[in-house]
Design a protein around this ligand. Sequence first.
Ligand code: SAM
Length: 268
Amino acid sequence: MDYESVLIKHRFKYKKSLGQNFIFDDELLDEIAEAGGADGATVVEIGAGAGTLSRAIAKRCKKLHAFEIDAELFPILAETLDGFDNVQLMSNDVTELGIETVDMLIGEPYTVIANLPYYITTPLIFMFLKSELCGSITCLVQKEVAERVCAKDGGDFGVLSASVQAVAEPRIVRIVKSWAFDPQPDVDSAVLRLDRVAGTAYSDELHAFLKDCFAQKRKTLVNNLTSVGVAKADVTAALDKLGFSPTARAEELGAAKLRELGEFLGKL
Ligand code: SAM
């Protein structure tokens, strides 16, 4: 489909304030939809834009719930998604709805696939990691953010990596060069897929605990956690149970063990 002609016909002007950087390359869009597991699935898309990724998803999925907040895009979406009766468009701002309402609206297990505005990517990832129904999230993020999310150790492994990896398995599907977007952003992107780890749950308590663990990266966990009021003896005992020395730093434990540490300390 010639999306650009449809946008011109509707005199559409991109809104930088809504993070509008569209993708028109059908091969890339198909690859994203496939990597996100659209086949036969119930899919939630945030930011339908001109419906380019929505079409690639709708061709494969059982049902697509697509959110878009720019009212000007709805006549365009009516054209680009014409004939797909498995698509439900919603004009809500997902960030305002909250995850309980989104889960209630969808009402069955689903997967998220999205090319999001970058300023809401991280909050939305964490919002969907709290969902009881969302099994995976596949989205475009700034390349450096994807690398940080996936980092297992070293300088890049911090609160962001630990928070995601405590409840999900992340992987970079592919890098997307900035020229694949219109208008072209300053940075390259990556398609990031997060698969929820069964039996784990993301929570504000988990995030707060991990923030405390990494409060001063060079300091030991004992130092960081005692400075927020945890008894030193409790931290060393918990570290001992997990097989770590009392001088261990947060990055030595990795995400899963940090979550266990939080559980031992009654923080989660
Ligand atoms: N999916 C399209 C694509 O790949 O070409 C558009 C992607 S564009 C990066 C992001 C889209 O999200 C824009 O159309 C923008 O209007 C929409 N958007 C911005 N904030 C939103 C929000 N809070 N909820 C839903 N959609 C939003």
